[in-house]
Design a protein around this ligand. Structure first.
Ligand code: DGT
Ligand code: CA
Ligand code: ZN
Length: 582
């Protein structure tokens, strides 16, 4: 049970009560309880487990009991009973973009919509237009959202699988019958979304390991179980496969199951050219080739070396030139998380963040960073409580005071006073030029009017990045993985404009975004555009999104030199032309 699990359960209860038409006060209690759980600064899960929630504002007696039951047993009877009053298929509706609880309730009450299939029917038949608040446009939008959902069904964001994968991997590695283990497949290659996770383990007692794997509490269903292979579903619907091989087969199996298919095809072709066959277990002499058995490969690197290649990092294995580069010695020296010295795009409670400036700065120091860029929203993002000029100036004062304090303490740490300035519909910026010029740096982002034509959107963004005060472009395409498609924009043209104007492009590391997409970074760096890996953190724990950003940066072939936040604080002060704090 995590904090998110607790909050999500309360939130879901609120939704279900709303569908039942229950008393609004009761509904509000659950909803604000969920909020409190999210924002509480202590270890709420431990407190709930120990039944120590008394006195926490926003969590009444009834909720305390329920949170205690949930945290200590992993489930809540009240929630289970409530859910059983509705068909399972109803819950799919909550995953359709643009359908809030109010709309779902209206659809459920008057048209009996209790599944996505039924929703599709009422949209297509036009029946939905009879409901107030649902016009023809809404019906079209809903149909689009359903289609998007169907195309992406059964995929998971990298960020949503990272924690369970790490847990399962720890479990496997700690098992006495496991010699080594890895999560291979698209997960190891750092794809932004994965279909399933392919675990691989080496063992001389595969059955024992398989038995242990399918017997763990996180397994919601065993799909298949054999002597050396098993497939399961986790509670969240993620499929996990485990294959167990001998230690001698492990290196070839790891290479095979890491993929990608296209990379494997290239590797197999290369082996054939040299007189060998390569499959998921071994490299062997091709019949009639007269070759001898190759040595047993201990590691993937030895396999690559045998085929005349430098080791190819998993993130690069998409057959987009990595095999050729491994042959000619031109593979990039990929960036690592240890190379990062700071980050630029982060929020605080001043706009829509959950932690204060000082809390965010403390967390950044804790991570060993030398600078933290604060880029709260600007005034046009009113739904995110964007800052106007006077609030921005007040924030600068607060930043200056904290920076003075760090300097006095002899602390090599600086908060950078930036802003995430809205790119308005016509490409102008949300603050006047004088104010923009006073900021330490500017992140410019699109947050509204996302349905412009590709031509208009491209012009709009190019106009913004051409502004002399804009340091970097935030989340270039606005996509929300598995939820909202990128808006129409010509990425190569934007890259060209950034190259011309010296504008940095952000790799937004929020696992919902991972934007700009990894497929474009090679083009960007060829043109000399630099990258900023930004967590877009809205709370302290989200600074760790940097980890996802680095994985995707590696996938985009980025080196330390391509990424500005590998620069030290003095180097950043020089780049942004800031006076050092004395
Ligand atoms: P996913 O699960 O769709 O996100 O992507 P992957 O890459 O994890 O694909 P998956 O799970 O079907 O298979 C894992 C790896 O196994 C894949 O990356 C390469 C290897 N593999 C699977 N099927 C084939 C195949 O037909 N040919 C070759 N050469 N390799 C395969
Ligand atoms: Ca997979
Ligand atoms: Zn933003």
């Amino acid at each position: 049970m995590t904090r998110e699990d607790l909050a999500d359960t309360l939130e879901e209860i609120a939704l279900l009560l709303e569908l039942k038409g229950e008393n609004p006060f009761k509904i509000r209690a659950y909803r604000s309880g969920a909020e409190t759980v999210q924002q509480f600064s202590g270890d709420i899960v431990a407190l709930a487990k120990d039944n120590e929630l008394k006195g926490i504002k926003g969590i009444g007696d009834a909720l305390q009991q329920k949170l205690h039951e949930l945290a200590s047993t992993g489930k809540l009877e009240y929630h289970i009973n409530l859910k059983s009053e509705f068909p399972e298929s109803l819950f799919e509706l909550f995953r359709i973009q643009g359908l809030g609880p109010k709309k779902i309730k209206a659809l459920y009450d008057s048209l009996g919509v209790d599944s996505v299939a039924r929703l599709k029917e009422v949209c297509e038949s036009g029946a939905i237009a009879d409901l107030s608040g649902f016009g023809k446009k809404t019906a079209e939008k809903i149909l689009e959202a359903i289609e998007f959902r169907e195309q992406n069904a059964d995929r998971f964001r990298l960020g949503d699988v990272a924690t369970p994968v790490a847990e399962i991997l720890d479990f496997l590695k700690a098992h006495p019958d496991c010699l080594r283990a890895e999560a291979a497949g698209s997960y190891r290659r750092a794809k932004e979304t994965v279909h399933d996770v392919d675990f691989l383990a080496a063992s001389s007692n595969p059955e024992s390991l398989i038995d242990a794997f399918v017997g763990e509490p996180w397994v919601s269903k065993v799909i298949a179980k054999g002597a050396t292979k098993a497939s399961i579903y986790l509670d969240n619907g993620l499929q996990c496969d485990l294959r167990v091989v001998s230690n001698a087969e492990y290196a070839c199996a790891l290479a095979y199951f890491t993929g990608s298919k296209e990379h494997n095809v290239a590797m197999r072709g290369r082996a054939l050219e040299r007189g060998y066959t390569l499959n998921e277990y071994r490299l062997a002499p091709k019949e009639g080739s007269g070759k001898e058995d190759p040595p047993v490969f201990e590691t993937e690197a030895q396999l690559y070396e045998f085929l005349g290649l430098a080791f190819v990092e998993p993130e690069l294995r998409e057959n987009t030139g990595e095999v050729e580069a491994a042959e000619s010695g031109d593979l990039p020296d990929l960036i690592t998380v240890e190379n990062l010295r700071g980050t630029f795009h982060n929020h605080t409670t001043e706009s829509d963040g959950k932690n204060t400036l000082e809390e965010m700065a403390d967390a950044a120091m804790e991570l060993g960073l030398q600078y933290l860029g604060i880029a709260d929203h600007s005034k046009s993002s009113f739904q995110a409580n964007g800052l106007d000029e006077s609030r921005l100036r007040a924030q600068w004062k607060e930043i200056a005071a904290l920076n003075q304090k760090y300097a006095a303490e002899g602390n090599q740490f600086r908060i950078l006073a930036g802003n995430e300035v809205d790119i308005l519909k016509d490409g102008s910026l949300d603050f006047d030029d004088d104010l923009l010029g006073e900021l330490d740096y500017v992140v410019a982002s699109v947050h509204n009017a996302m349905t412009l034509s590709e031509k208009d959107m491209t012009e709009r963004i190019i106009k913004a990045v051409s502004h002399p005060s804009v340091t970097m472009l935030g989340h270039l395409t606005g996509r929300l993985l598995l939820q909202r498609e990128a808006y129409a924009v010509n990425v190569p043209e934007v890259i060209d404009a950034c190259a011309d104007t010296g504008t940095i492009i952000e790799l937004n590391s929020n696992p919902w975004r991972l934007d700009m997409d990894w497929r474009w970074w090679k083009l960007a760096t060829e043109k000399g555009v630099k990258c900023a890996i930004n967590p877009d953190a809205h709370k302290t724990s989200q600074l760790e999104y940097l980890w996802f950003g680095v994985r995707l940066a590696r996938k985009g072939w980025l080196t330390k030199n391509d990424v500005v936040n590998t620069l030290t604080l003095p180097e950043i002060e020089e780049l942004f032309q800031l006076k050092p704090i004395s």
